[in-house]
Design a protein around this ligand. Structure first.
Ligand code: KIV
Ligand code: NA
Length: 265
């Protein structure tokens, strides 16, 4: 009963086996996904939007990442836990990146970290990989750069597609064990997936990636408002939880709860 390893994921690519990844930000939710057999759980900096009430991922701190990663690790025993390096925790250079990644692995117990950028982050991917920290890279739409790039499809057009391929290869050559492709045209993601030896993990990147990831609150229907096209909702948790809260409130105000069976003699 050991955890999934990056070697298992490399073998899955060789065998042509696809795998799912979900985000989680707390021990209990993570334990549900772990029991459901989700092999890789990402403690994404999407916790900024989905868990901490920020508008973007930009404000997420190393303290927040470390605390919630430790919770996810405690709630799981089988999945590989990947923790995002938040904005500002690796931009200063290799030494800062190594210090941040080390904290997520050593203090929080993550087995791998994720970093945004291909070519632009290759030096840091290289140092982490050489230091024994498995690194997942993330290219295409990189939400930490929202103020520079917005939230829109990346890699459209010949030039942008060629840059995406260079980013993907730079990440692989630097030693990344996997690569997230976010919001890139399906044919471009397919070409990158074929060109790489390491697995690609798509989100809004079509069906030919080696793996797929979704933000858990999106796929479970907990996130309010209009969701991106790439999300599929597998449950309607927002209405289920809302109904439960309204039923509880009704029972309390009418004196129906607690009943005798919920009370002590
Ligand atoms: O933070 C996150 O949830 C992510 C995934 C969308 C890949 O980076
Ligand atoms: Na992220």
């Amino acid at each position: 009963n050991r955890r999934v390893t990056v070697r298992d994921l490399a073998l899955a690519k060789e065998r042509g086996e696809k795998w799912p990844m979900l985000t989680a930000y707390d021990a209990m939710t993570a334990s549900v996904f772990d029991e459901a057999g989700i092999p890789v759980i990402l403690v994404g900096d999407s916790m900024g939007n989905c868990h901490l009430g920020y508008e973007t991922t930009v404000p997420v701190t190393m303290d927040e990442m470390t605390m919630l990663t430790a919770a996810v690790v405690r709630g799981t025993s089988r999945g590989l836990i990947v923790a995002d390096l938040p904005f500002g925790s690796y931009q200063e250079g290799e030494v800062q990146a190594l210090r941040s990644a080390t904290r997520l692995v050593k203090e929080a117990g993550a087995q791998a970290v994720k970093i945004e950028g291909g070519e632009r982050s290759a030096d840091r991917i290289g140092l982490l990989a050489r230091s024994g920290i498995p690194v997942m890279a993330h290219v295409g739409l990189t939400p930490q750069s929202v103020h520079a790039m917005g939230y829109r499809v990346q890699g459209r057009g010949e030039e942008a597609a060629a840059q995406l391929m260079r980013d993907a290869k730079a990440a692989q050559d630097a030693g990344a064990f996997a690569l997230v492709l976010e919001m890139v045209p399906a044919p471009v993601a397919a070409e990158v997936t074929r060109a790489l030896q390491i697995p690609t993990v798509g989100i809004g990147a079509g069906s030919e990636c080696d793996a797929q990831v979704l933000v858990w609150t999106d796929m479970a229907g907990l996130t309010p408002g209009k969701l991106p096209r790439f999300v599929k909702q597998y449950a309607a948790l927002r209405s289920v939880l809302g109904d439960a809260a309204r039923a509880f409130a009704e029972d309390v105000t009418t004196g129906t709860f607690p009943a005798a069976e919920h009370s002590y003699e």
